[in-house]
Design a protein around this ligand. Structure first.
Ligand code: CP
Ligand code: NVA
Length: 325
């Protein structure tokens, strides 16, 4: 059939096929960092750095005139929403914000049906949702690329921005040691994938009972190691990253988490265990006095504002890749 798009130079397993009205379609999605090869990830990061320079130089680049991004948010967002919407506008296209409160998604219309409809009217879709299988089901029924804007299990767009930031400040990822301190959550899982894909070591320190899935740790033991204390993880690291102790959807556990995580705060004293050129990142929003000290974001090793800005550039590069390759 006409609609079988096969591009031989891209490995076949990274394409997802679905049958829609007797037509087999092949579409690339970005649901986790494993959806792209290491070479593809590096090309997106290199392009993100380039797009950032172009914007700084006032270059107008509008390859997506008339293209529409649908953004489905089942959880709150500042950075993800603004960066995708601004990015699409800068590319000459437009974005639609959809929330379950005012769409039929919130009234029980199946994800599969929503995917069929939304992907017939738009060119690319970004979803922030709860269970990871929701985005997988959406992608399986979408005619257009689907991007993960955060699920309970992964936050790959944030990791693209973090990696871009590290590359801009320190030049290379290969052979570096990163430390993840705090909750073994969606960000931690995506960092594990990044370590595997891009050749760095990840040391993870979490309170007992809040570690990443043991199966994931076992699968990636060549690049990710669980250590006992925050100091063990920080020792000699080139990057220390953390995140909130209570992610969206876990609000009922907030007070117990505050107690259990109290020795996992990142502060300038902990940063002193790291390599002298270590950087600090946090995907934000941050809670000063909890996962970071009041003064952590003012420390010269913190690069969180560059990291937040890079959401824009990294996701523009990602959308360009998905819409033009
Ligand atoms: N880091 C991040 O995803 O931020 P938002 O929740 O504001 O989108
Ligand atoms: N782990 C956090 C990240 C927020 C950007 C959450 O899922 O709420």
């Amino acid at each position: 059939p006409d609609f079988i798009y096969l591009i031989p130079r891209l490995s076949i397993e990274r394409w997802r096929f679905f049958i829609f009205e007797d037509v087999a379609m092949a579409v690339r999605h970005f649901l986790t960092l494993l959806d792209f090869s290491p070479t593809e990830l590096m090309s997106v990061l290199t392009r993100a750095i380039e797009l950032k320079k172009m914007r700084a130089n006032g270059v107008i680049y509008e390859p997506f005139k008339g293209k529409v991004l649908a953004m489905i948010f089942e959880k709150s967002s500042t950075r993800t929403r603004v960066s995708f919407e601004a990015g699409m506008a800068q590319f000459g296209g437009s974005a639609i914000f959809l929330s379950p409160r005012d769409t039929q998604l919130g009234r029980g219309e199946p994800v599969e049906d929503s995917a069929r409809v939304i992907s017939r009217m738009t060119d690319i879709v970004m979803i922030r949702t709860f269970a990871h299988d929701i985005i997988e089901r959406f992608a399986a029924h979408s005619r257009v690329p689907v991007i993960n804007g955060l699920t309970d299990d992964h936050h790959p767009c944030q990791i693209l921005a973090d990696l871009q930031t590290f590359l801009e400040h320190r030049g290379t990822l290969q052979g570096k040691t990163f430390a993840w301190i705090g909750d073994g959550n969606n960000m931690c899982n995506s960092y594990i994938h990044a370590a595997h894909q891009l050749g760095f070591q990840l040391k993870i320190a979490c309170p007992y009972g809040f570690e990443p899935d043991p199966a994931l740790l076992d699968q990636y033991k060549h690049c990710a190691t669980l250590v006992k204390t925050a100091e063990d993880a920080a020792q000699g690291a080139h990057l220390i990253a953390t995140d909130v102790w209570t992610s969206m959807g876990q609000e009922a556990e907030q007070s117990i988490r505050k107690r259990r995580f109290s020795t996992y705060q990142v502060n300038p004293r902990l940063m002193d265990f790291a390599s002298p050129d270590a950087l600090f990142m946090h995907c934000l929003p941050a809670h000063r006095g909890e996962e970071i000290s009041e003064d952590m974001l003012d420390d010269p090793r913190a690069v969180v504002w560059d990291e937040a800005e890079n959401r824009l550039h990294a996701q523009k590069a990602l959308m360009e890749f998905l819409l033009t390759n």
